[in-house]
Design a protein around this ligand. Structure first.
Ligand SMILES: [Zn+2]
Length: 320
C-alpha cells in the first residue's frame, strides 16, 4: 500500500493508494497558507498516521506531489511561491523519521504526467508530454516510460517556452513565456483587458463573468458563440499551439495530455488547440498529432503521487 500526499497552495489531500491505482481512503482540506510549511507538515503527519493505522495492508512507500519546485535527486522541496517555510525542506526525511516509510517527492506536473501515463489518458504510451494548465502552466515530459529530468533536474518547463518576444512579464522573470499568455491567470487578465478596450463587444463575457473576468468566463462565453470571447480563445490556442508544436517537433511524443482547470473548457479549447498546433508543426510530425484531455481529474495529484512512489521502486524496495 502507498501513502499518497498531494500538497498545493490552495488544497491538500492524503490517501491510501494501491500500486494498481485505486484510491481507498481520502482526506482533503484547505491549505492554511498563514501556517506555513510547519502547519502542512503537521497535518500530513497526523493524517498520514491515521491512514497508516487504518490500512488493511502494510504501507511500504509514500509518494508526494508538491505544487512547487522540487529537487528530485536530493528528495527536497526547493521552495513554494505561495506558502512560506518550504525552502530547501527535506520533507521525505521528516516523513521517513515520523512515519517509518520511505518517501519520494516531485513537483505536481511531473507527478501528474506519471499519473496519466500509469493510470490515465496516457496508458500504453512510452513517450508523452503532459501539460497542466491552471494558475500557471506546468509540464512533465515522459521519455521511454520515465520522467525526463535533464542534466540539472529541471527539464520539462514547457510553460516557459517563449512564444511572444517582449510579451507580458512571467513569474520566472522573462517576458512572453507561454504561461504569461495562456495560463488560466493570463487568460483572465487578457479577458479583462479586452473587456476594457472593447466595451461594446464585451456584453457576453461580462455576463458570463458576473464580476472579475476569469478564464472560465471567457470559455463559457465562447461556448455560446460570443465573438470577443472566441477571439480570446483563438489567441490563447495560437500561443499554446506554438508551445506544443515546439515540444512536439523536439520530442515526437505519442500523445499530448492536457489537464488542469483550463482543460475543463473541453472541446472549445481542444479543437482549436489541435488546429493551431497542426499549423505550427513540421509536416513530418502532423500525422502523429494527438492531443487528448487528462483523465484523472480530481485525483490527478494523488494518483500521480502513487505512480511516483511505485516508479521510484519505493513500494518494491520496502516490501522486498
Ligand atoms: Zn516564464
Amino acid at each position: 500500500m502507498i501513502l499518497a500526499v498531494d500538497i498545493g497552495g490552495t488544497n491538500y489531500s492524503l490517501a491510501l493508494g494501491t500500486p494498481d491505482g485505486r484510491i481507498l481512503e481520502r482526506t482533503t482540506g484547505s491549505t492554511d497558507r498563514s501556517g506555513g510549511a510547519q502547519w502542512m507538515i503537521e497535518r500530513v503527519l497526523m493524517v498520514g498516521r491515521r491512514l497508516i493505522a487504518s490500512s488493511p495492508e502494510a504501507v511500504t512507500a509514500c509518494g508526494i506531489s508538491f505544487g512547487g519546485p522540487v529537487d528530485f535527486a536530493s528528495r527536497r522541496i526547493v521552495n513554494s511561491t505561495h506558502v512560506a517555510g518550504w525552502d530547501n525542506l527535506a520533507i521525505t526525511e521528516t516523513i521517513q523519521r515520523a512515519l517509518g516509510t520511505p518517501a519520494v517527492v516531485d513537483n505536481d506536473a511531473n507527478a501528474g504526467a506519471l499519473g496519466e501515463l500509469t493510470f490515465g489518458a496516457g496508458r500504453g504510451c512510452r513517450h508523452l508530454i503532459y501539460y497542466n494548465i491552471g494558475t500557471g502552466i506546468g509540464a512533465g515530459i515522459i521519455i521511454d516510460g520515465e520522467i525526463y529530468r535533464g542534466a540539472n533536474g529541471n527539464a520539462g518547463e514547457l510553460g516557459h517556452v517563449p512564444v511572444l518576444p517582449d510579451g507580458p512579464l512571467c513569474d520566472c522573470g522573462n517576458r512572453g513565456c507561454l504561461e504569461a499568455l495562456s495560463s488560466g491567470t493570463a487568460i483572465g487578465r487578457r479577458g479583462e483587458e479586452a473587456v476594457r478596450e472593447q466595451p461594446r463587444r464585451a456584453g457576453g463575457i461580462r455576463q458570463a463573468a458576473n464580476g472579475p473576468v476569469t478564464a472560465k468566463a471567457v470559455f463559457d462565453a465562447a461556448r455560446t458563440g460570443d465573438g470577443l470571447a472566441l477571439e480570446l480563445v483563438d489567441e490563447t490556442c495560437r500561443y499554446l499551439g506554438m508551445g506544443v508544436a515546439a515540444a512536439m517537433n523536439a520530442l515526437a511524443p505519442e500523445a499530448i495530455v492536457i489537464g488542469g482547470s483550463v482543460a475543463k473548457a473541453g472541446r472549445v479549447l481542444l479543437e482549436r488547440l489541435r488546429k493551431q498546433t497542426d499549423r505550427f508543426l513540421m509536416p513530418v510530425h502532423r500525422p502523429h498529432l494527438k492531443i487528448i484531455p487528462a483523465r484523472l481529474k480530481g485525483n490527478s495529484g494523488l494518483l500521480g503521487a502513487v505512480a511516483l512512489a511505485a516508479a521510484s521502486g519505493g513500494e518494491n524496495q520496502a516490501a522486498g
